[in-house]
Structure formats: C-alpha cells, structure tokens
Design a protein around this ligand. Structure first.
Ligand code: SF4
Ligand code: SF4
Length: 299
C-alpha cells in the first residue's frame, strides 16, 4: 500500500498525548480560506519554489522545460506548463526548488516513525495529519492498523469530511481523534471551507457513539468564526456528545501565508490577528460557563 506523504515531524508535543511523530498525508477535501498548510491541499506531488532561498543563479534553466527563466538578472518561474516532474530540482544547489510529496509504503512510514519509539514512554505515539488523512483513506487505515500491530498509540487529526464507513474502520485502530469543528452553521461553514458540515457532524456523532476518545479542535479565525454565538454553539455541541469533554481553541496565525505562492496558489486571506490569544481565553471562559456538563476549554 502506497501513500503520498508531505512531511514526517518528530518530537511534536501538540498533536496528541505525550511525544508524537506526526505523519502528514497529502490532499484535503476542504478549502478553508485560512489554511496554513497549502502544500497539503493537493493529493499529488508538486513543485515547491522558495523565492527567499533563490539566488537567481539560473542553473534551473538547464532543465527540459521552459518554466524557468532569468529576466533582468532575476529568476522567474512560469508554472502554466509545469508538470511537477521535479527534473529542475537537481540543478538547484540552494534548496529553492523541491518536490513536496513523497510516495511511501506503509512499512517505510512505520520504519521512520518507529525510530522515535524509545521516546514515547506511556502516552506518546504516531499522529496522522495532513491535509486530511482520510483523503487517502485506504492508506491511512493500513498505516493505523500496522501502527497498532507495532504497539504504538495512535491519534488522527481530522476535519471529519470523509466516508462514514471509512472513518469507522479507521476508528478500530485509532486511540484518539483530534476532530476539527470550524462552524456550527452549515451555510457559513460552506462559505468558509467550500463544504457544508452535514457529513462532518454525522461522523463526529458516529465516533462519539462508538465511544472513541475525542478532543474537539477549533481554529479561531478573527471575524470569520470567532463570534460568541458560534463558540457557545460549539460548547453546546460538545455537551451533547457522549464522552467528549475537551475543546482546544487554536488561535489563528499567519505562518504559512508565504507557502501559497511557493506552490503556485493565490490567497487573499490575511486577517489581522489583534490579540487573538486573549480573545481565545475570553471565549474559553464563556464556553465553559454555558454548559451543564463540565467541559474543559484549552487555549
Ligand atoms: S517540475 Fe518539471 S516541468 Fe516543472 S519547472 Fe521543474 S522541470 Fe519544469
Ligand atoms: S537553480 Fe535554484 S537558486 Fe538558481 S535560479 Fe533556479 S531556483 Fe533559483
């Protein structure tokens, strides 16, 4: 079984319990306007160009395509004919060019992850992230299964936008879900992410009914989903879910904005953050006071 992985991050402390090794799978069904991992949106491998690292040396113009040019001493990448073949990467000594996305087998990923096994102690392990891990559902399920067979604790960060059958299958091998909730109003959800939230909420309920360990995660985006009304609705949603009592608020940041142009995408989204962390703390206190069931809201 082969999947497309765009990063494996070691020693993460924010992606599940304990020390985690995070495997980022490429491809996502949503298009959140604030996405800070634009290189994870497309499932296929793609050329990544860093203008910051480029020295305008012109060596890449030797590749067999007409995408690279030097104009008035400056490097210019014309992507319209680029087929993401990666041929030009070998000419670039400055690491300004690279291919994002590597095809790897389940065993290759597991071999890389297991290098960290000695550090996991009681609670650490592997976390699948993305993109959306369930966008490569068969690979994700096989990787989770193999991880359990290797004795690892497993966590999945998901937007929940996937087949219910697949996520329940994945749940058989997943110890914990970090489940994203962006907006409780379906039409606003569609405007912000490109899809309504019907299937997402259904999958969340199914996992909760199955008794899975779930933490809700809310990216808090100024002027988009940070209204008191939305946050209270998320707290009330949590209140209704069996066994779910923890919400993480993730303050919006602009890290990643530069990566849009690096993979040939445009973004007009760069909301001013203000003191977003303080706002999150304020919202957390409101959320905790609105439910009869004790819930913990962490910023
Ligand atoms: S990835 Fe291939 S097609 Fe694209 S610029 Fe490089 S050599 Fe040309
Ligand atoms: S080879 Fe690399 S550093 Fe040189 S011009 Fe091309 S992209 Fe820039």
């Amino acid at each position: 079984m082969i999947g497309t992985v765009f990063d494996i991050q070691h020693f993460s402390m924010d992606d599940g319990d304990g020390i985690r090794t995070v495997v980022f799978l490429k491809g996502c069904p949503l298009k959140c306007i604030w996405c800070h991992n634009p290189e994870g949106l497309k499932k296929e491998k793609q050329l990544f160009f860093s203008s910051t690292l480029c020295t305008d040396c012109g060596k890449c113009t030797k590749s067999n395509c007409d995408c690279h040019k030097i104009l008035y001493g400056k490097h210019l990448l014309e992507r319209k004919n680029c087929i993401d073949c990666g041929e030009c990467v070998k000419y670039c000594r400055s690491n300004a060019l690279r291919i994002v996305g590597k095809e790897m087998s389940v065993q290759e990923v597991l071999f890389e992850v297991c290098k960290d096994k000695a550090y996991y102690k009681d609670d650490g392990g592997i976390t699948l992230s993305g993109g959306e891990p369930m966008y490569q559902a068969d690979f994700a399920i096989e990787l989770l299964k193999a991880s359990k067979q290797a004795g690892l604790n497993t966590c999945m960060e998901t937007c929940g936008m996937c087949s219910s059958q697949d996520i329940l299958k994945a749940a058989e091998y997943t110890d914990m879900f970090y489940f994203d909730i962006k907006h409780t109003d379906s039409q606003t959800h569609k405007a912000l992410t490109g899809s309504d939230n019907t299937l997402i909420l259904k999958n969340l309920e199914l996992l909760s009914e199955a008794g899975k360990n779930i933490v809700l995660r809310v990216p808090v985006i100024p002027n988009k989903n940070d209204s008191q009304e939305n946050m209270i609705n998320i707290a009330l949603l949590c209140e209704k879910l069996k066994g779910v009592n923890k919400i993480h608020l993730l303050p919006y940041h602009t890290i990643g904005i530069d990566k849009y142009s690096s993979v040939g995408l445009l973004t007009e989204f760069a909301e001013k953050t203000g003191d977003i962390k303080e706002r999150c703390k304020y919202l957390a206190s409101i959320m905790q006071n609105k439910t009869s069931k004790p819930i913990k809201v962490i910023v």
